[in-house]
Design a binder for this molecule. Structure first.
Ligand code: ATP
Length: 361
């Protein structure tokens, strides 16, 4: 490549200062991102944060207003260049899978293999059918497949031409809830088996954390943090990332000397990760996840708060408890007791690790 250096060290995909404006609307306001060979990275963020626009810019379906996109070191957009989508060697799996209804499963998969002879095409199609677990389905029509099977075909079709980068736009949104969880594992398995570099887009944090090697959290057109799922959960670098990942709530605290005062009690200052002396006397918001707090039975007179919502989250409940001063925190279900909305409860801090915190707003 023109950039020289060892190609194996080079990110497969690189975005530098990418901005995309639509008229006066700024959809992407400065994205820098490098995705490594074989990595599965997810763009995660709320609706309107610019995820889809970023993905479409990588695909070549949008032209960036500013900035540069490189695939394997070659500029595909920016610096006066624009390589059209079909010449980028970037594959895309669309939300609705977009299979050709009049073609068989095998013909769908063979669709992008225009430069191969018939024998090579058959071999490649067989390989992909095997990879996605549909070896006996080549002759079927897409109409006769389940949602999960259609997704497998869409993946196989995109992987067939061996793209440098595979893009997946909200890949699970068209599947029913039960299938979604099953297909997450399956899609990750297939992507890893193919060894392809992949970027997916979702607003579902659980999905992002469960399938990705790294997650890029987007907010207002920029990436706030890129990290492995565990790192993102344990060390959120911004209040936005903290609040977007893992049912967070914030507990207001005042730092007093060696202690912090909160609506649920006084705790040692050492509980707050890396809090320096300059915050003594200041108000901070402490990140508390449901596992860190426990609702306990108590009398109305001694209660610290009241249950305002009860959410079933698979194996247990999360209680939303309004404290005396009006702030709401999320507490994990204590298996000894069961509370209803309206119950008065005590709240205990049971964190067994230091907590992240942010300057109060
Ligand atoms: P969602 O999850 O809802 O798809 P998103 O994070 O993918 O959201 P984008 O679709 O990238 O967000 O949109 C980012 C912003 O850019 C939004 O405010 C959107 O209205 C705007 N936008 C996107 N495409 C266009 C367009 N073609 N013309 C004008 N504005 C656009």
């Amino acid at each position: 490549t023109e950039t020289g250096g060892d190609p194996t060290d080079e990110p497969v995909l690189e975005l530098s200062g990418v901005v995309k404006r639509f008229g006066t609307e700024t959809a992407v306001s400065g994205v820098d991102l490098a995705v490594n060979e074989g990595e599965l990275l997810t763009l995660l963020g709320p609706s309107g944060c610019g995820k889809t626009t970023t993905l479409r810019t990588i695909a070549g379906l949008e032209q960036p207003t500013e900035g540069v996109v490189r695939v394997r070191g070659e500029v595909v957009a920016g610096e006066g260049q624009f390589v059209p989508p079909e010449q980028r060697n970037v594959g895309m799996v669309f939300q609705e899978f977009a299979l050709f209804p009049h073609l068989s499963v095998a013909e769908n998969i063979a669709f992008g293999l225009t430069e191969m002879d018939a024998a090579a095409t058959d071999e490649r199609v067989a390989e992909l059918l095997d990879l996605v677990g549909l070896s006996d389905y080549g002759d079927r029509s897409p109409a006769d497949l389940s949602g999960g099977q259609r997704q497998r075909v869409a993946l196989a079709r995109s992987l067939a031409p061996e793209p440098d980068v595979l893009l997946l736009d909200e890949p699970f949104s068209n599947l029913d809830v039960r299938l979604r969880v099953e297909m997450r594992e399956e899609v990750r398995r297939i992507i890893k088996a193919a060894g392809v570099t992949a970027i997916s887009v979702t607003h579902d944090q659980e999905e992002a954390l469960s399938i990705s090697d790294r997650v890029a959290v987007m907010h207002d057109g920029t990436i706030e943090q890129v990290a492995a799922p565990g790192e993102l959960f344990e060390h959120p670098e911004s209040r936005f990332v903290a609040s977007f990942i893992g049912r967070a709530s914030f507990l207001a605290a005042r730092v007093e000397g060696e202690t912090i005062e909160t609506a649920i009690g006084t705790f040692p200052r050492s509980l707050l990760k890396g809090l320096s002396d300059e915050y003594v006397g200041a108000d901070v918001d402490v990140l508390v996840r449901p596992d860190d707090l426990r609702a306990t039975a108590t009398t109305e007179a001694e209660a610290l708060g009241r249950v305002v919502e009860r959410r079933y989250t698979g194996p247990s409940f999360v209680y939303h408890v309004e404290l005396g001063d009006g702030q709401v925190v999320h507490c994990l279900h204590n298996h000894a007791e069961n509370f209803e909305v309206g119950d008065y409860v005590g709240v205990e801090l049971g964190a067994d690790h230091t907590l992240a915190w942010y300057p109060a707003r």
